[in-house]
Design a protein around this ligand. Structure first.
Ligand code: ADP
Length: 540
């Protein structure tokens, strides 16, 4: 017997309908690509998104067609998402920090029909345009089309002026494709994750829970996490769903610019990768400024170092929620809000729990397995390959790539190595490909990095494995110092002493002028391995 409840397809554009109707006046503020602050609201965003839908149909875009966006977080980018989704298209976020060749590969693989882009990326688009096989329309997110000598560029404002603001959204199956985002593909080609309307809406419900993002109508939210990094971590859906005020940072993500918005717009909730927060904390240290309005900061994308958690919590009285997720999970998997039991513990123990990656959301199943796929105990000690499944987890990549990551029971292999605690907390030991294998045992590069970055002279730290005749691999600590600071190898090793097991102690320390990052702001271990993999410690 079936229940007698209504079928109300979970479609993403219903979120902006809700926002326009019930939170129409709520502000959406952007630091525009051109510079000045721009203010609009959800009613306007909805109206202009309808124009985007209608204008796309007029140029022949059909349901299921991919429409690429190459832009920072702005109100226009947000409108384009809802407009593309509302006519049955698939928004495809391109990461402008990828190499031109990678962008070309991804756009051709996705068969994008249209490309929306920030005017700041005009020369990049000019470089790739001749190699884009399927893009027929180039639309600049701007009042006026930038000068360029490729294709026919239309200004976004002119484009949407051709659309009808009374456009009626299409109705279709909630399983229809809605968004596409490629993982950065540190090994092999980038792989496309194809979100559905249903998965996006369910993920937004999941992420909205108080112990997850905890977003409320009264919040002012700043997604520093870009829309091209796994759906801006759901914030582009959550903010209109709750009617929270939205502050979009545009292209400027440095400490001073982020601070200006946090303070000027009285932001209460924000989210980004650790490197963004390192930059903000350095800025606060230098200027002596404080964060009187900010209540919660979501930190994820790579492991959050202890010093970031301690600074936010103890110096600035901001609650840190450490989050783990991945593009394939829409992206949120676990979040580090404290459970009732942990909230009773000492400050020191609470911080230790915040260093873990957190608790799974309802809707995320997890298990850890050994090399033969046998399930390992949830005892906080055994570590193995982390597998996940749920309604907002990918069941395959676009066009059937990377099939080995998905098993017959629907589990997706995250490529991470983790422990699961009896108390529900998950801790990432490493990415499977970054873990250091020394004498048959595993050393967690993440854990050493997190401690090293706590040294007052250190701006950033990375640990990689270097080959060793007896132990197979040994850790090498690579340190980038803060400007004007000094430290020696002996000082660094002494700082680690007592904080990690003796046999985890790096064999050597090298001081580097820069630590390379991926397009999503993570330490690029592949490049470090190329640069330092052959390093031999002087003492042997
Ligand atoms: P990309 O590699 O393209 O940046 P993702 O953002 O999807 O793609 O990367 C997901 C991976 O990032 C995870 O599998 C994990 O290795 C790492 N990661 C994300 N959040 C955390 C975290 N809080 N702690 C440790 N690792 C993390």
């Amino acid at each position: 017997m079936f229940g007698l409840m209504q079928d109300w397809p979970l479609l993403v554009h219903k979120i902006i309908d809700h926002a326009a109707l019930y939170h129409g006046d709520r502000e959406v503020v952007t630091r525009s690509v051109e510079g000045p602050i721009h203010r609009t609201n959800y009613r306007e965003i909805r109206r202009r998104a309808a124009r985007v839908s209608s204008a796309l149909e007029k140029i022949g875009v059909d349901s299921g067609n991919r429409v690429a966006t190459l832009g920072s977080n702005t109100w226009r980018h947000l409108e384009s998402w809802y407009g593309i989704a509302g006519m049955g298209g698939v928004y495809h976020t391109l990461n402008p920090r990828l190499f031109a060749d990678q962008i070309v590969y991804i756009a051709n693989h996705a068969e994008d029909r249209v490309l929306f882009f920030d005017p700041t990326f005009t020369s990049l688009v000019g470089e790739i345009a001749p190699r884009l096989k399927t893009v027929t329309h180039f639309i600049a997110f701007a009042d006026r089309a930038p000068q360029a000598n490729f294709g026919h560029i239309v200004a976004y404002e002119d484009f949407i002026a051709t659309g009808d603001e009374n456009y009626i959204w299409k109705e279709f199956d909630e399983h229809s494709a809605c968004g596409l985002c490629y993982t950065s593909g540190t090994t092999g080609n980038p792989k496309g994750v194809l979100y559905s309307h249903r998965s996006n809406v369910l993920h937004a419900f999941m992420a909205c829970q108080p112990d997850a993002m905890g977003m409320r109508n009264a919040d002012t939210v700043l997604p520093v996490a870009p829309m091209y990094h796994a759906n801006a971590w759901a914030i582009a859906f959550l903010a209109p769903m709750t009617g929270a005020k939205l502050v979009m940072p545009g292209p400027k993500l440095d400490g001073a610019s982020v601070y200006e918005l946090l303070d000027g717009e009285k932001v209460t909730l924000t989210a980004a990768v650790p490197t963004v927060w390192l930059s903000l904390l350095h800025y606060l240290e230098e200027t002596g400024k404080a964060l009187p309005h900010l209540k919660r900061v979501l930190i994820g994308g790579s492991a959050c170092p202890r010093t970031i958690i301690e600074s936010f919590e103890m110096k600035y009285d901001v609650d840190v929620v450490h989050a783990w997720g991945m593009t394939e999970m829409s992206p949120l998997g676990t979040l580090g809000s404290l459970t009732a039991a942990v909230a009773e513990l000492s400050q020191e123990e609470k911080i230790a729990h915040k260093m873990k990656q957190g608790h799974p959301l309802f809707g995320v199943e997890m298990k850890i397995v050994d090399d033969t796929d046998g399930e390992l105990p949830r005892d906080g000690k055994a570590f193995g390959k982390l597998k996940v499944r749920g309604p907002a987890v990918a069941k395959g990549y676009f066009r059937g790539e990377g099939e080995h990551a998905f098993d017959r029971e629907g589990w997706f292999d995250t490529g991470d190595v983790a422990t699961l605690g009896a108390d529900g907390y998950m801790t990432i030991t490493d990415r499977a490909k970054d873990v250091i294998k020394s004498g048959g045992e595993w050393i967690s590069s993440i854990e050493i990095e997190n401690i090293a970055v706590g040294h007052k002279a250190v701006a950033e730290a990375a640990v990689i494995g270097i080959s060793h005749p007896k132990w197979d691999e040994r850790p090498l600590l690579i340190v980038m110092l803060k400007p004007g600071q000094t430290a020696t190898k002996a000082e660094m090793l002494q700082f680690l002493e007592g904080k990690i097991a003796k046999w985890w102690m790096p064999d050597d320390v090298v001081f580097a002028n820069e630590i390379p990052h991926t397009a999503t702001g993570k330490i690029q271990k592949t490049v470090l391995r190329e640069r330092y993999g052959g390093h031999r410690p002087l003492s042997g």
